[in-house]
Design a protein around this ligand. Structure first.
Ligand code: GLU
Length: 425
């Protein structure tokens, strides 16, 4: 159902695209191909729990398309992981990589598990078991996984280690089978902050294009790697972060939060609630707690869903008051919500553009591993800016030319690249 709905949005650009390239038959064929992933891998992962019992976990790796290069995309650990969800996200990776002009295809993986219920050792064993099960299908020229929801550099390090072990090799090039590794383990500088940094680059470009004046008010749902880093970068660029939240709830202050102090407080308390840190002080009088639902419905300039998919749906779309939505999570809007908000005139900066910074720096990590190089963070961010600015400008040009919204324009830019390659196959 999620896939069907997401693909429906993609299908809306078919006619525009036909007009653009003029070869209707090939376009029809290409859409037919993209509607199905090339391979779906489902695995069952036995894990011996600390109480001695075996528990079986379900895992997936879905390889959507590799016309432009090896499959690429994250692995998420989440209790509600489903084949439908992973398939949708794999499709979005194909489009995202094409949009940013990376020589990579699209894939996604997941394990149906709540990692908070596992001990560190159990988490490691489960991660290694997953690699053993998908080993034959991954590698620097086949499929390159990365972190996603609830996975991180430590997990990528375990996975890369398991991959090398099975390969019986110490070749650094093979480490390019996984990106988002720790710096000590041939990860890239800036990878952890990359998705947030990319969001900042895209938003700044947009704000400049339409001539908005700062300070602009922002509400961010999600304070994980993506939400936190974006908040940090936006704060430095003079945006006013009036609401922030994690999965347990949020905080609100008209003064605007300092996310780095909020993070320090969250580390102490375990949750963001109660962390009213404005300027250089944290004080109870500076803010109040709000729910995640309230956060989404705030009257702000920019709303940023940076947690999970489908948080804006037919139930709350009418109540959204933000003028701009920056989609930092993958697929945060349902198809119905997208339609309602577009009608209301809300500008939506789509996930495949807004959050493409992560996979772009993943690509830099691959290059560094394959060429035995080490780039500085400055170089990583400089290159990131080049890739994302180019993607943004291309999307903007199509938007102006065809008078379509930013999601459709992004789809068209991505499709153009996949189409060109498809014509050569
Ligand atoms: N999980 C991230 C995304 O959805 C990064 C994927 C990657 O680096 O391969 O874009």
């Amino acid at each position: 159902m999620i896939f069907e709905n997401t693909f429906k949005k993609f299908l809306e650009v078919k006619e525009f695209f036909k007009n653009l390239v003029g070869d209707n038959k090939v376009v029809e064929d290409l859409f037919k191909i993209l509607e199905k992933p090339q391979r779906e891998i489902k695995v069952y992962l036995p894990l011996k729990r600390e109480n001695g019992e075996i528990e079986i976990f379900e895992g997936y790796r879905i390889q959507h398309n590799n016309f432009l290069g090896p499959y690429k995309g994250g692995i998420r650990y989440f209790p509600e992981v489903s084949e439908d969800e992973i398939k949708t996200l794999a499709f979005l990776m194909t489009v995202k990589c094409a949009l940013v002009n990376l020589p990579l295809g699209g894939a996604k993986g997941g394990i149906k598990v709540d990692p908070k219920n596992l001990s560190e050792k159990e988490l490691e064993n489960l991660s290694r078991e997953y690699v053993r099960k998908i080993y034959d299908f991954i590698g620097p020229d086949k499929d390159i996984p990365a972190p996603d929801v609830n996975t991180n550099a430590k997990i990528m390090d375990w996975m890369a280690d398991e991959y090398l072990k099975i390969s019986n090799s110490k070749d650094i090039k093979l480490k390019a089978t996984f990106t988002g590794k720790s710096i000590e383990n041939n990860g890239s500088e800036g990878r952890e902050e990359a998705t947030g940094k990319g969001g900042e680059i895209i938003l700044e470009r947009f704000v400049e294009k339409i001539g908005l004046k700062k300070p602009l008010t922002v509400a961010i749902q999600g304070f994980g790697n993506v939400g936190y880093n974006l908040a940090k970068f936006l704060y430095r660029k003079n945006y006013k972060l009036i609401a922030l939240s994690d999965s347990k709830g949020g905080i609100y202050s008209e003064e605007g939060f300092n996310p780095e102090l909020v993070m320090e407080c969250k580390k102490e308390r375990g949750v963001i609630a109660g962390c009213y840190c404005v300027g250089s002080v944290c004080d109870i009088r500076l803010g109040k707690d709000i729910s995640n639902e309230e956060l989404l419905e705030l009257d702000v300039d920019i709303l940023v869903p940076a947690a999970l998919e489908n948080v804006i749906n037919e139930k709350n779309a009418e109540k959204i008051k933000a003028k701009i939505i920056l989609e930092m999570a993958n697929n945060p809007l349902t198809e119905e919500a997208d339609e309602i908000l577009n009608k209301k005139g809300v500008i939506i900066i789509p996930d495949i553009l807004a959050n493409s910074g992560g996979v772009t720096v993943s690509y830099f990590e691959i290059l560094q591993n394959l060429n035995n190089e080490k780039w500085s963070k400055e170089k990583v961010f400089e290159e990131l800016e080049k890739y994302l600015s180019k993607a943004f400008d291309e999307v903007w040009e199509i938007k102006e030319k065809l008078n379509v919204d930013l999601r459709k324009a992004s789809f068209i830019v991505a499709l153009r690249r996949i189409y060109q390659r498809y014509m050569l196959i």
